[in-house]
Design a protein around this ligand. Structure first.
Ligand SMILES: NC(=O)c1ccc[n+]([C@@H]2O[C@H](COP(=O)([O-])OP(=O)(O)OC[C@H]3O[C@@H](n4cnc5c(N)ncnc54)[C@H](OP(=O)(O)O)[C@@H]3O)[C@@H](O)[C@H]2O)c1
Length: 252
């Protein structure tokens, strides 16, 4: 079995390790043995545990899962040259990863919140020689999409990374609307969840415009509601939301 070495033992490392544990041997490197033991029991399988100080990553396949602000500090503790580093660090460029970490190759990966339920939409970019391997490893926690540049990964982050917040706003607002018309809160929430669950599957195969056409009869109820969304500039606001989130990523 191939070994994957996690540097960092936080939430994202645990989510990815959950997806990999059946098919890979897992090694986890952290700064606190107790936390590594907690990680091991949360994962539910035996792992190799190592402390980060002087950890030798020579020829290892690394999943780099610390916070972006800790990269310099962590880099000084590591020895050896990694085979490849897959980084999950938000907004941390390939150039910054390459200049801090000693490795043959680097791939930037951008999982989203759904990693915790193994349904992440993860975008990838970096050394193309490792594209297939990156797709296989990150594919263990959901869907992946390889992108040709870091600009595209920043745009995609505005979509898939921030997207759960945008959809959460829609989900809450639609349920609020139903409560306003007299539905009980519990019922409204249960129905909204069912709506999003079913929609999540339908949208995989059907173009959004066709989904909308399929449910909107002439002069009907959906057309009346849809008109209100257009009046409220929801379409333009969504386009603007992606632009604002992307531009903000460039500023940070
Ligand atoms: N959560 C998400 O949905 C999401 C989505 C996309 C990308 N990401 C990226 O995922 C990365 C990790 O996020 P997370 O949610 O897993 O954060 P987290 O739970 O806070 O985990 C961060 C880990 O880094 C370790 N660490 C920090 N400084 C260290 C040091 N000097 N030496 C050794 N270990 C050190 C922490 O160790 P201790 O446990 O000892 O403190 C902890 O295990 C971030 O870069 C974030 O940008 C997260």
């Amino acid at each position: 079995m191939t070994t994957i070495t996690f540097i960092g033992n936080g939430n994202m490392a645990l989510s990815i390790a959950q997806g990999l544990k059946e098919n890979y041997k897992i090694e986890v490197v952290g700064r606190d043995l107790k936390k590594l033991q907690i990680f091991e029991s949360a994962l539910g399988i035996k792992i190799d545990k190592a402390l980060i100080k002087d950890f030798d990553m020579q020829d290892k396949t690394i999943l780099f899962c610390v916070k972006p602000a800790n990269i310099e500090e962590v880099a000084t503790l590591l020895k050896g040259k990694a085979r490849v580093i897959y980084s999950v660090l938000a907004g941390t460029s390939l150039e910054k990863l390459r200049s801090n970490l000693n490795t043959n190759a680097v791939v930037r990966t951008m999982p989203n919140l759904a990693a915790s339920v193994q349904k992440s939409m993860t975008t990838l970019t970096g050394d193309t020689a490792f594209r297939a391997e990156a797709e296989e490893i990150l594919g263990s926690i959901g869907t992946t999409r390889w992108l040709g540049s870091e600009k595209e990964i920043d745009i995609a982050t505005a979509l898939a990374g921030s997207g759960p917040a945008y959809l959460a706003l829609m989900a809450e607002a639609l349920a609020d609307g139903a409560v306003k018309q007299g539905l009980k809160r519990d019922d409204a929430m249960a129905i909204m969840r069912g709506l999003f669950g079913g929609f999540g599957e339908l949208i995989q195969d059907i173009h959004p415009a066709l989904l909308k056409d399929g449910v909107m009869s002439p002069g009907g109820t959906t057309a009346a509601g849809y008109g209100a969304l257009e009046d409220g500039n929801v379409r333009a606001s969504c386009i603007d939301a992606i632009e604002k989130a992307y531009k903000r990523a460039l500023e940070l």
